[in-house]
Design a protein around this ligand. Structure first.
Ligand code: NAP
Ligand code: GLV
Length: 310
């Protein structure tokens, strides 16, 4: 019997229990699935989420993989007790949600929608926005989410540049990589999207120096992680007009503290880490795909590289 321990927190268990059972059944896998664990040494797979029950993986001596329900792994990847393979979540429904968030917020700024939505003085201003082909966008991070967003933005017609750690050839996308490619990727960008993981290399990637590289008045969209931006440098860039607006979904401390300057800043939009939630039905299939692979001796998909940190 395969024993699966759902250690992603009691709050998620009611949402995931039925989709996981259905996915196991569809895959023809007979398993015991429980949110309780009497004997860690008998567990074959752990379904994990930050804030869940397991902090110490040492007693899970038989565990073949830890299957994270989140795309980001920064809250588990450095756990010194974790010796088992760690897989992150790449969920097609989560990707769809991220594409919608990024495209929606890009179009808000591209079209200048706020001018018409918030117009208490009833000003008739027929200034026409440029079309997308005249708007330079840069996506930092060309992984599962960054590439999907870049493709959707290109589909609308935006001029999109992308930046990643390693060289990437993506059809129709002008790509740059490594620390040496960052300035070129950002220079002149009018909308910058952050879809990088939180690692020691990406922390404060947008700082006082790099916030000066996009076009004056550029918009920053951050659905990646709060740590990617130096908050004080961003506030200074907003106040000086170097950056025109920041739409932020993720923060160094979540929930964003009530007294944080982002809440009150007129050119900051706060969304409460809702850009792309993992969706139980599709995510359950991804989890079960990895269990199936583990049982067949195949390599896991979406395996995290511990040394890279993502
Ligand atoms: P992914 O597939 O692992 O892609 C990460 C991308 O970042 C890759 O292109 C990688 O480059 C690049 N990268 C990593 N370190 C870099 C560095 N030092 N310099 C330049 N590029 C670097 O991750 P994903 O699935 O797209 O997710 C990205 C992040 O989105 C997650 O880690 C998470 O923080 C965030 N997220 C947020 C939400 C939300 O609701 N707000 C939801 C899901 C995910 P290579 O391609 O060269 O490896
Ligand atoms: C959400 O932020 C995730 O990493 O899945």
């Amino acid at each position: 019997m395969i024993n699966i321990y759902f250690a992603a927190g009691q709050a998620l268990w009611p949402k995931y229990q039925d989709p996981l059972r259905a996915a196991l059944q569809d895959a023809g896998i007979q398993a015991s699935l429980s949110a309780e664990c009497a004997d860690p040494s008998q567990i074959d797979y752990i379904v994990f989420a930050p804030g869940g029950e397991v902090q110490d993986f040492t007693p899970f001596t038989r565990c073949k993989a830890v299957l994270n329900l989140w795309a980001g792994v920064e809250r588990i990847v450095g756990n010194p007790t974790l010796t088992q393979p760690l897989c992150r979540m790449v969920d097609p429904a989560m990707t769809a949600g991220m594409v919608e968030w990024v495209v929606g917020h890009s179009l808000r700024h591209h079209l200048g929608m706020d001018r018409h939505i918030i117009n208490p003085s009833h000003i008739w201003d027929p200034t026409c926005p440029p079309i997308a082909a005249e708007r330079a966008m840069t996506v930092l991070g060309l992984g599962a989410l960054g590439q999907a967003c870049a493709a959707a933005l290109q589909g609308i017609g935006f001029k999109v540049r992308g930046w990643s750690r390693t060289t990437k050839a993506v059809a129709g996308l002008e790509t740059f990589h490594g620390p040496q490619g960052l300035q070129t990727a950002l220079t002149g960008a009018e909308i910058v999207v952050l879809l990088l993981p939180k690692t020691t290399e990406t922390e404060n990637i947008l700082n006082a120096e790099s916030l000066a590289w996009p076009a004056r008045g550029a918009v920053i969209l951050n659905p990646g992680r709060g740590h990617l931006i130096d908050d004080f440098a961003l506030l200074a860039a907003l106040d000086s007009g170097a950056i025109g607006h920041a739409t932020l979904d993720v923060f160094r401390v979540e929930p964003l503290p009530a007294d944080h300057a982002f809440w009150a800043h007129p050119r900051v939009t706060v969304t409460p880490h809702v850009a792309a939630e993992t969706r139980p039905t599709s995510a359950a299939r991804v989890v079960v795909e990895n269990i199936k692979r583990g049982e067949s001796g195949l390599s896991f998909v979406h395996l995290v590289d511990r040394t890279r940190g993502y």
